[in-house]
Ligand binder design. Sequence first.
Ligand SMILES: *Cc1c(COP(=O)(O)O)cnc(C)c1O
Length: 468
Amino acid sequence: MNDNQQYRPGVMEYIKKAEKFLAKKETHMKFMKSLKFDTIAVHGLYSVEEAINNNQGAVIEPLYLSTSQAYRDSDELEAALAYLIPTWCYTRIANPTTYYLEWVLALLEGYQTGYDTSCLVTSSGMSAIMSAVDPFLVKQKEGQESINFVSSIQLYGGTFQHFSVRKMQERGIEVRWVLHPEDINDWKEKIDENTRFLYVEAPSNPQQSFCDVKSLADLAHSWEIPFIFDSTCATPALLRPIAYGTDIVIHSLTKTITSGGLAIGGALISRKPIVSKIKNDNLLFKESFAEYVKFFPYRDNGPASSPMNALFAINDLRTLRSKVDLVSKNCQKVADFLSNHPRVSKVDYLGHPSFHLHQLAKKYMKLVDSDDGTGENVNRYGHLMSFHVEGPPENARKVFDKFKIIFRATDLGRIKSVATIPAISTHQQQGEEARKMADIPPQLIRLCVGAENPDDIIGDLDQALRSL
Ligand SMILES: *Cc1c(COP(=O)(O)O)cnc(C)c1O
């Protein structure tokens, strides 16, 4: 900050004080990084010292509902609003409760990746996606300019709509769909000098598509563009894409991370720095993309998270690793049952040895801080799976309508087992042709297995299938 001289002495005082605070935060962050995943998930950056000195000793992160922060004097106000000191000023920009969530997510996605990370929490997964992609879709020169990005077509229905309607139809940005994200050549053929980023969702909802994370990050970087990865289904407990060079990770916090199901939320976590050839004068753009988005476009666009929702997410994710372990094991058991059931024609689950992407997923999907006895992490594949009910689409509806324990809802990532028929719900809007391309037939039931005893879920499925 060379131009500090232009600020009043009072403002300079606040900047000096902030530097001390930041140095302390840095030291504490280093300490947290030396700890294990579970410890980070339970504590985040909320230390004993912070509780005692700043929060009346509260053991749990406090909920700050106040929409704004008061300042001591005009100098502090000026320093804060010019972003010269860390501040939260107004909940649309920042909030102390949301701050704890942002940092715990940054630490968990960065865990043992060898990279520093930063995070922005948003009101929903969709607004995290919008916030992540928009800064790369800006004009770079005068006059006509054709812009494209390359994305796998196996996406959450809302993301497909956002890309095909909001970007392609409304803004004329070309979306080049990759039908087989596991095939690197499919991507190579579609990239050119006007491509702004590569986008993937893996494992995808609901098809369980997957990709070679490292090769795709390398491919993106060979074109000097970022690789953006929706990692909602994996969560950092099973995969940290940044370890393989991914630039930006997206989460719908609404799902497995907030498995209790009481809050909508999204997150954008970026590697420091990201790769991009977009011209942007702001140093943060490349150095700390999530913070760039937070302080500028997000501030101006307004998709802020509610601090209440942030606290629900903080509370649920403390036990993320053990929960994901449990529900993955439950899902594996249910998938094994279904794949031997005479009324089921096909099971899509990455954990199933006969599934065509099993070997690829096996390379990447591993429970963090686990040990299989030989020093390797154990493979876990999450709690989302799909199965195809034998016969006409009507059969899938019949089975679905018979569930007694499993909830019928367009939801996933829950502590409770939830199922949907994507063709008539989450993926209804995209139409039959796009569903075909994305491999979502009407016989497919998506099932996300919760933390119930899996034998009871198997019993529920069995009685429903037997009713055919
Ligand atoms: C649900 C979901 C989203 C959208 O998140 P919201 O929080 O519902 O806005 C994005 N990606 C995936 C993979 C999802 O499952």
